[in-house]
Design a protein around this ligand. Structure first.
Ligand SMILES: [Zn+2]
Length: 497
């Protein structure tokens, strides 16, 4: 469910499917594009398809006697040297709910038996793994529906209707995707039919629970979802909903007993279940890809990050309105995105003459700049001190600055932060100040929920940066093409002078 009661994150961005690249990377301008993970994934995806095609051809066996082509019979071959088809792995990560991050489990409305969540932004799907077939499949049918992009309504913490409509949509579209692969789990149609009946009962129960949550959305006094949820739990309605969620197990047991379908209370066979879900995910991703293609063709500009930023920076009311209608941006988002688009533009406008002046007046790079492969002037000033500090601590950075529409990032060449976690208290404290910190193995991202000026962002970065351990090594010279040619040009300079 994407009920605000049940999730911690805020589903704010609606720019999925947008051909996202990481804006101007201050060190290295937009040449960085081919190295961005999104592009890499796309490339990966393409190469996978190619492998699949190639392997298919390998299996075509030309019989020299009859000169007829035939497919190699896979099961007849003892060693199975060829695969008929390379199984395609979905991009969306599929995770058992018991493996969900602790912060999700801390939610008082979390329930080990039935909690699941589809996160289409992070591309993660959690489904109950300590459960019975009735719940695992029913929740799967719903959460998978959320992952279908077409027609998605962005849930909104301040708007029950949006959330409710999205819940209904997910229930409406998920089952058809799931059903196609259920024969991999159940060997008779009767079971699939029975399961559909169960899913419908779970669905109407869940929709009832969803309707109960309406008062939650009216309580906007608290600024953050956690507080809003904590105080809601204190209300009669909140307690009632928790009891309903916790009572689902009993509800299922009773419903199945009444209809003689106790067989579905068996513990879910997780490996076979995963198999089914992964196939569904591949189908959904394929449809999403087609949908993006279709949207891009009908509204090409709306899928160009530069164009979107230009619109936000331009203050052109009509353009902003059509963009807002397309992505369902909230007024808060429009305000924030416009603010940061303008701040970014102002920053870059100020940087250009400084970089030029540096080239003209003082072209010889310092040791640190050689190592980084760029003049310090080409790093956005608000992130500059943090980048230099990180490099001193041994982190090889390769990009930094504004990214997306409300955030800043610093990227690393290596996965230094794979096992790193910031203190929870610090993360909470930042959140209460309007900054969400996201740590990935090779990047740090600050997402701003309110307006910050350049000096404030600079201070935030330095504060965050101070939590990162000293690696006690020299950061290796940046190996990006641009960095290497920067050093080449510098050689010319030193020799020439
Ligand atoms: Zn949902």
């Amino acid at each position: 469910m994407i009920l605000w009661l049940l999730i911690l994150k805020s589903f704010g961005k609606k720019l999925e499917g947008l051909n996202k690249f990481i804006g101007i990377f201050s060190h290295f301008s937009s040449d960085i594009v081919p190295n961005t993970p999104q592009k890499y994934k796309l490339w990966n995806g393409l190469s996978l398809i190619n492998i699949k095609e190639r392997d298919k051809n390998k299996n075509i066996f030309l019989n020299p006697r009859t000169n007829k082509k035939s497919m190699i019979n896979q099961s007849a071959s003892f060693e199975k040297p060829f695969k008929i088809e390379v199984e395609k792995e979905p991009t969306i990560k599929f995770i058992g709910s018991s493996q969900a991050p602790e912060e999700y489990k801390k939610n008082p409305f979390y329930n080990n038996y039935n909690w699941g969540m589809a996160d289409w932004e992070e591309k993660e799907l959690f489904l109950p793994d300590n459960s019975d077939e009735a719940i695992s499949f029913s929740i799967a049918s719903h959460e998978l529906g959320h992952l279908v992009n077409k027609g998605r309504i962005q849930p909104d913490r301040g708007n029950f209707q949006n959330t409710y409509q999205e819940e209904l949509r997910a229930w409406a579209v998920g089952w058809n995707y799931l059903e196609k692969h259920l024969a991999d789990y159940y060997d008779n149609l009767k079971s699939i039919d029975d399961l559909k009946g169960i899913e419908e009962k779970v669905k109407s129960k869940m929709i009832d629970i969803t309707l109960l949550t309406e008062p939650f959305y009216q309580n906007q006094g608290e600024k953050y979802a956690e507080e809003q949820r904590e105080s809601f739990l204190q209300t009669e309605q909140g307690k009632h909903i928790k009891a309903e969620i916790d009572g689902l197990k009993g509800f299922i047991e009773e419903t199945l007993a009444n209809s003689g379908k106790e067989a579905f209370l068996k513990k879910t066979d997780w490996s076979r279940f995963s198999n089914v879900i992964k196939k569904v995910l591949v189908d959904i991703e394929k449809d999403n890809e087609l949908d993006v293609q279709f949207n891009k063709e009908s509204n090409p500009d709306f899928h160009n990050e530069d164009y979107i930023r230009q619109v936000f920076a331009s203050e052109n009311k009509r353009d902003i309105e059509s963009l807002t209608a397309y992505y369902h941006f909230t007024p808060d988002e429009v305000r924030l995105f416009s603010y940061f688009a303008k701040l970014r533009q102002k920053t870059l406008d100020e940087m250009r003459p400084q970089i030029e002046a540096r080239r003209q007046n003082n072209p010889i790079a310092t040791e640190d700049e050689l190592n980084m492969g760029a003049y310090q002037e080409s790093i956005e000033p608000q992130v500059r001190p943090a980048v230099f500090d990180l490099r001193k601590k041994g982190y090889a950075t390769y990009g930094s600055g504004f990214s997306g529409f409300d955030s800043q990032e610093i990227y690393f060449e290596k996965k230094y932060l794979k096992n790193f976690q910031l203190p929870a208290q610090m993360v909470d404290e930042f959140r209460s100040r309007g900054v969400i910190i996201e740590i990935k193995a090779d990047r740090i991202k600050l997402i701003f929920k309110k307006e910050f000026d350049q000096e404030e962002i600079k201070a935030l970065w330095q504060e965050v940066e101070s939590y990162f351990p000293d690696l006690r090594e020299l950061s290796p010279p940046c190996q990006l093409r641009q960095a290497i040619s920067f050093r080449e040009r510098q050689k010319g300079l030193t020799i020439g002078e």
